[in-house]
Design a protein around this ligand. Structure first.
Ligand code: AMP
Ligand code: ZN
Length: 153
């Protein structure tokens, strides 16, 4: 195994509060969240930057981000919206060289709270937060609205 922390999370060899996983992707809470429920979606196969990422995998990554954005609205986090952000390359402030899509829950008029979150980047009870997001994903799936629905086999 390489020394990439996100590869180790994907392989279950490093701790993370996972909210979603399939054969090709996983999603887990950011360890220094900007807002409660700030989640990262990654391809399990290592790609440092978009230039190394298979285009179909990139599409799957966005589909999972799309699904998460719906899930956090339906979850008890009750987000009003989300920022989906991908920092590609050190020039774009990418600090972990394994492609990841940020999904940051937003509320109406949350600018002050968001500014505080940017400064503090403190975890918000990861166990209950991850559980809430998993419930949101289940609710989206149940409603048949899941753009990233993964069918095994
Ligand atoms: P970026 O600036 O787009 O590369 O963001 C990297 C993100 O990864 C930051 O928001 C970090 O807080 C987050 N991060 C770094 N290490 C871990 C980890 N072990 N588990 C979860 N999130 C992490
Ligand atoms: Zn990696």
């Amino acid at each position: 195994m390489n020394d990439c922390v996100f590869c180790r999370i994907a392989a279950g060899e490093a701790p993370a509060a996972k909210v979603y996983e399939d054969d090709t992707l996983c999603a887990f809470l950011d360890i220094r969240p900007i807002a409660r429920g700030h989640t990262l979606v990654i391809p399990k196969r290592h790609a440092a930057e978009l230039a190394e990422l298979d285009a179909e995998l990139g599409a799957q990554l966005f589909r999972a981000g799309h699904r998460l954005a719906l899930a956090i609205r339906r979850s008890s986090l009750a987000a009003d919206g989300a920022n989906l952000v991908l920092n590609d390359g050190a020039a774009a402030n990418q600090t972990v060289p394994h492609v990841h899509l940020h999904v940051v829950p937003r509320q109406h008029r949350d600018m002050l709270r968001l500014a505080k979150g940017f400064l503090l980047r403190r975890p918000h009870d990861p166990v209950s937060t991850a559980a809430a997001i998993r419930e949101g994903i289940a609710a989206v799936d149940e409603a048949g609205k899941s753009p990233g629905k993964h069918v095994d086999g």
